[in-house]
Design a protein around this ligand. Sequence first.
Ligand code: XMP
Length: 330
Amino acid sequence: MEQLFEELSQSIRAHAGDSPVLLLISGGVDSTVAGAVLLKALKSEQIHLMYMDTGLMRKNETELVRASLEKLGAKNIHIIMCEHEFLSALKGITEPEEKRRIIGDLFITIQEREVVHLGLPENYFLAQGTIRADVIESGQAGKADIIKSHHNVASPLVNAKRKAGKIIEPLARLYKDEVRKLGRYLGVDEEIVGRHPFPGPGLAVRILGEVTREKCDILREADSIYIEELKRRRSRAGKSLYEEIWQAFTVLLPVRSTGVAGNGANSVRKYDWVLALRAINSADGMTAEVYPFETRDLLEISACITSSVKEIGRVTFDISNKPPATIEWE
Ligand code: XMP
């Protein structure tokens, strides 16, 4: 890692010199580690970190991102609050690819507007936390849209900067586990470095059907209970289940199912949302195997969720590998 970091910093310094560098941060492992590399390789005053809170983020995500970046010495953190814009644009939209397109386009529109607000000089560099799997899945080989329209590695701004030779992608040759090792070496918080992957369109692709603020809040709450339970529970090998699993998350299904509240003569019928739990192991996200939970863990986690999140009446577990199913549900 020491050698890798030395090589990366030399090439970044040679490339960017004293020019300002703008890094688009998503809150995930990759862009935060890319931020750590830049902050350590260049002067922190030179680095501008831009993060959009789309309202489609996990619980407390924005606070966590801000605190981790400050800890890494970031001086210029630009947090753009744009929940309202995203939720308004998604109103009434149920088709998965349409949601992805709207979110991708809005990211670009807001990004361009906010970059102008920053007033950086013309010669600024643009950095991104692209990793090897993004390059492959976005199909520089040309197959991208057959898979999914994800990984927006090629916005007009990115294309223009790439053409001008002003793009920095320090992690483009690395696999996820190497990115994590590098992050640990550079002192990125374990809470970020050990974090499971999170898709760019965020909770929007985990809320099947229409995305609303209310559903985002329900899913955020259920997801954080699931993740806390995985962090608290140990596997037979003594690791936390969270560490043992490559990616785990919850999905809110677009159906309400029947349930009962109370018991005996006082019981009432109600119709609450259905939640699916996903937990998979994978090397790089290209293929995935369902994590074989102990039954007791699943039963207890389900009870924790339904007892805390009153809008959820039923919990199911997704037992499909990739292929045929993708990791995300949309
Ligand atoms: P799928 O669902 O395609 O996911 O099997 C493979 C991995 O990629 C993540 N994923 C995304 N990441 N933008 C991202 O940055 C996206 O639009 C996106 N969609 C899926 C997914 O969470 C999994 O780790």
